[in-house]
Design a protein around this ligand. Structure first.
Ligand SMILES: Nc1nc2c(c(=O)[nH]1)N[C@H]1C(S)=C(S)[C@@H](COP(=O)(O)OP(=O)(O)OC[C@H]3O[C@@H](n4cnc5c(=O)[nH]c(N)nc54)[C@H](O)[C@@H]3O)O[C@H]1N2
Ligand SMILES: Nc1nc2c(c(=O)[nH]1)N[C@H]1C(S)=C(S)[C@@H](COP(=O)(O)OP(=O)(O)OC[C@H]3O[C@@H](n4cnc5c(=O)[nH]c(N)nc54)[C@H](O)[C@@H]3O)O[C@H]1N2
Ligand SMILES: [Mo]
Length: 840
């Protein structure tokens, strides 16, 4: 089969004028990306098929330059973000050569770490850089042992081979052991509580098929989720097919067949897309979901609307929860009146909501933002308890699900293969396998700055005691901690205790600024790879062909880590004797074998790579989450101690944590808007939700995209007309956003999608602190994590509490502050003064 290369083209200028016509907050209709009139003759350009977190594209290459990303013809709902992909290769922030921080080059691990962040770097050769990397690994293992070394990766790029996180793990793991990390920033709280309650993580798993939801649900409650915005990206290359179901949902909502209720302080993109006039908005005060949920439960119980049979046959512990709900344990019934004061939703609306949910088939679609808060576990637990009281878990179009906004969940899964990829593990033992001394060998990732600041202190974590290690060296590849983590002024203090920080990236992120050795990796467009096409849909496989050669001195992570391994004689264990194409063949041929076992015929590698370029799998059957459990709880028990849904968990109760007890409860937050703690000083709740125009910090480097959302060169700050008026802020003003933890500049966008007291700065905005002078520490671009709070969600999950943060804003009068975030390092020439030769 030959591919049809006569594909759709669209000039950037034309595409951008389409974008410009949208309001800053408006979702661009994906169909705008592929106007039929824009078909052009692409003969003079080379079109290269590749996949990405943003979908599959045909990269247009003119005179050896990647000029434009055209949507792959099978992607019917491409994201507007592909307009930034060419910039990903050419942005001013590309790391050009290996670089070493000036004072670290002079004094190595004895350097002045308070200079980290001043962005002064010296260019070195690859050999020099990798020698330094290796010498530091040796030194740290010998001087301190494995507890002093921490490595981490994150959202990196797609591709089954070029997986920087796996390469980092394998290479470092071949040299020596290091501190392990558990949990993640996405679902840290939910992924720890839900296995205790329903026996599975729930968050990353497949959800009930969309056709069944559309057929059976009468009410859909979208609880703190924004699928329309968040499905633009996925872990593997998305096919975006699920958007067709959102189109159907939109029609059914308009015709009144399905009622959608959005529980969200803001009008989300999904809400806006489905139609403001059709969706019922429960615009609760931020962080007050648990009181609202408890009041719904209270109404269901007191109005006898709960499913007693389901509670007794499929659940344990409703009796232990009930006294708390009714108030006999603490004197406070968790009724609608009580919740109204906290949530800002009047009592009658709450009661009506409970009745509506009990009246017919109700699907609860929960997101993850509400668990990315202090006590985030409680909300996730209450989602399950509410669904259990409604008794529809395991029925089509009923019950709960936590993953609809992610990886195309709800798409029927086609029968196909899942490729293996490059593994972070190796069968070869590490050279250094030292003693962790009295420190724990694994820590919750979101507590890694606490380890820097309080090594040796003990924290609780999901029933274990964790002694935080004394970390001396960090290596990052495919993650940007100075976007990902919270409370940068605290983090910068922690960072000073590190002797050596290494960052492998393709862009000069703020983490590179705060590193000692910076190594330039190729972008995904500069190498060959294979990816899954579609995630839960399993639509097929797609080749990721090299679009352009490596830029500057960048090298594939594979080559970087291979050459590191060479230095300690583990090259063969790292590569297994294969190069890039060798690995791709192996990964693909393993898939062919897997396919044989499943009766899925696949062409051989050469045919796939040279002729077909992508494969589509067939079939896909409809599926209902938790149905097998509902059908036979004895044969298909949940993975909880009782095999049933645990409304009361004896395991958790026995941990004796004050902030996460035996059943879900309301706990006051460290900071809460609308009259809660600290709101008298900082009255505004800071949402740092996931960006509409980026994947976290990725593509913030794209000028093309930034041109469409920045305000006077700053990250947009969304706020209500009331909050703006009260402060004399006009649309387009530069504002200072501040609290006791720090301050950032941003550009005001006034929007009626926000209720008073709620503002938003999207996560992933590049951190750009002013180094010294009057405004020292002020982030010029607008990164919300300067302002967020770095505490664990509770003793149970120790997850991030990024969404527990209050701020104040004012018009900024300090003059124009041009961001330098995207300009790379200040290049210096330095004399090496280091004398203490590392032992080898
Ligand atoms: N475009 C884009 N999509 C993405 C990503 C991206 O960076 N960009 N990242 C991906 C990743 S890694 C993840 S983990 C997911 C994140 O998925 P989520 O964490 O679910 O996403 P958010 O958009 O941050 O938040 C979802 C909704 O929660 C609402 N919300 C905020 N506070 C509250 C509250 O107190 N109560 C209630 N009820 N609602 C609240 C917000 O207004 C928002 O509409 O997104 C994925 N998708
Ligand atoms: N305040 C607040 N903070 C949050 C969140 C929030 O909701 N609010 N959300 C959290 C969530 S859910 C998540 S998942 C995290 C995401 O945090 P991260 O995963 O750290 O975010 P990314 O910006 O995707 O960082 C990936 C980095 O990998 C680099 N990279 C890309 N391709 C390659 C490659 O081929 N090789 C190498 N070596 N590097 C590459 C990119 O340039 C980028 O710097 O953020 C968390 N932080
Ligand atoms: Mo995430």
């Amino acid at each position: 089969m030959k591919l049809n290369h006569d594909t759709i083209t669209l000039s950037r200028r034309r595409f951008l004028s389409g974008l410009g016509a949208c309001t800053a907050l408006g979702m661009l209709s994906p169909s705008l990306l592929v106007p039929n009139t824009a078909r052009a003759n692409a003969q003079d350009a080379r079109l290269v098929l590749t996949g990405s977190h943003w979908g599959a594209i045909r990269a247009k290459v003119v005179d050896g330059r990647f000029t434009e990303a055209l949507p792959f013809e099978l992607d019917k709902h491409p994201t507007k973000m592909i307009a930034g992909l060419a910039d990903h290769v050419y942005a001013t922030s590309r790391i050009r050569y290996p670089m070493v921080r000036v004072d670290w080059l002079r004094k190595r691990h004895l350097s002045d770490t308070s200079q980290r962040g001043d962005n002064r770097f010296v260019r070195v050769s690859w050999d020099e850089a990798l020698d330094l990397f290796y010498q530091e690994l040796e030194r740290v293992q010998k001087e301190y042992g494995p507890s002093a070394l921490l490595t981490s990766s994150g959202w990196q790029s797609t591709g089954m081979l070029h997986n920087p996180g796996a390469m980092l793990s394998r290479a470092i793991g071949l040299h020596g052991t290091s501190v392990g990390t558990g949990g993640d920033y996405s679902t840290g709280a939910a992924q720890v509580i839900l296995p205790r309650v329903v026996g599975a993580m729930e968050v990353y798993e497949q959800q009930t098929s969309w056709p069944l939801v559309l057929q059976h649900s009468k009410t859909i409650v979208i609880w703190g989720s924004d699928p329309y915005k968040n499905l633009q990206v996925a872990w593997w290359c998305p096919d975006h097919d699920e958007y067709a179901y959102y189109e159907e949902l939109k029609q059914k909502v308009a015709s009144g067949e399905i009622k959608v209720i959005s529980v969200d302080p803001t009008v989300s993109s999904t809400h806006d897309y489905l139609g403001r006039e059709h969706v019922q908005h429960i615009a609760l005060n931020p962080q007050t979901d648990v009181p609202l949920q408890l009041a719904i439960a209270h109404t269901l119980y007191t109005e006898n609307l709960h499913d007693k049979k389901f509670l007794s046959e499929y659940c344990v512990g409703f009796e232990q929860f009930l006294p708390y709900l009714l108030g006999s344990t603490d004197g406070q019934p968790k009724d609608a009146q009580w919740a109204a004061t906290l949530s800002g939703i009047d009592a009658e609306t709450i009661r009506a909501l409970a009745r509506q949910m009990a009246a017919n088939r109700t699907q609860i679609i929960a997101g993850w933002c509400v668990q990315r808060m202090q006590h985030g576990e409680q909300w996730a637990w209450m989602v399950v308890v509410l669904a259990a009281m409604l008794g529809q878990i395991g029925l089509p179009g009923g019950g709960f699900g936590f993953g609809w906004h992610y990886n195309g969940a709800g798409m029927p899964t086609r029968k196909g293969v899942i490729l293996g990829g490059f593994s972070g593990a190796s069968s070869t033992a590490p050279i250094h396998n030292g003693d962790f001394k009295n420190y724990s060998s694994t820590i919750p990732i979101a507590r890694f700055v606490d380890a820097m600041l309080q090594p040796g202190s003990t924290i609780n974590w999901n029933g274990k005691r964790v002694v935080l290690p004394m970390i001396k060296m960090c290596v990052f590849a495919g993650t940007n901690p100075f976007h990902r983590h919270q409370e940068y002024n605290k983090m910068r203090e922690g960072w000073k205790t590190l002797e050596t920080v290494i960052s492998v990236d393709n862009h000069w992120t703020s983490t590179c600024r705060f590193a000692d050795i910076v190594l330039p990796a190729t972008t995904q467009f500069e190498r060959n790879d294979i990816d899954q096409f579609g995630n839960h849909s399993n639509r097929g496989l797609i080749s990721m062909k090299q679009v352009v050669p490596p830029q500057f001195e960048s090298r594939n992570d594979f080559d970087i880590f291979r050459d590191l391994c060479k230095r300690f004689d583990r090259e063969a264990a790292f590569t297994e004797g294969l190069d890039e194409m060798g690995w791709l063949k192996r990964i693909y041929q393993d898939g062919v074998q897997q396919g044989k076992g499943k009766s899925i015929p696949m062409p051989d590698f050469n045919t796939f790579w040279n002729e077909k370029e992508y494969l589509e799998f067939e079939g896909g059957s409809l599926w209902v989450r938790h149905q097998s459990f509902r059908d036979d709880p004895d044969l298909e028990p949940l993975g909880t101690p009782s095999g049933l849904i645990e409304i009361y968990s004896k395991t958790i109760a026995d941990f004796h944590y004050a902030n996460c007890q035996g059943h879900p409860m309301w706990f006051e937050k460290a900071e809460r808007s609308h009259g809660g703690p600290a709101s008298e000083h900082f009255p505004l709740h800071l949402q740092s939700c996931h960006p509409d125009y980026r994947l976290h910090s990725q593509l913030c480097e794209s000028e093309t995209l930034r041109a469409h959302y920045t305000v006077a060169g700053h990250e947009p700050l969304y706020l209500s007309p009331q909050d703006a008026a009260a402060r004399g802020i006009q649309d387009g003003d530069v504002v200072r956003v501040f609290n006791q933890r720090g301050q950032v500049l941003a550009g005001a966008v006034i929007s009626d999608r926000y209720k008073p007291g709620v503002i938003r700065l999207h996560e992933g905005a590049w951190y750009d602190p002013i180094w010294d002078g009057e405004h020292a520490g002020l982030c010029r671009y607008g990164n919300p994590n300067v302002l967020t709070l770095d505490i664990g969600s509770s003793d149970l999950a120790q997850a991030t509490s990024a969404h527990t943060a209050l701020v104040q804003i004012e018009r900024f009068t300090g003059g124009a502050q041009k961001t330098a975030a995207f300009m790379g390092p200040k290049e210096m020439v330095a004399q090496c003064e280091y004398v203490e030769k590392p032992e080898s």
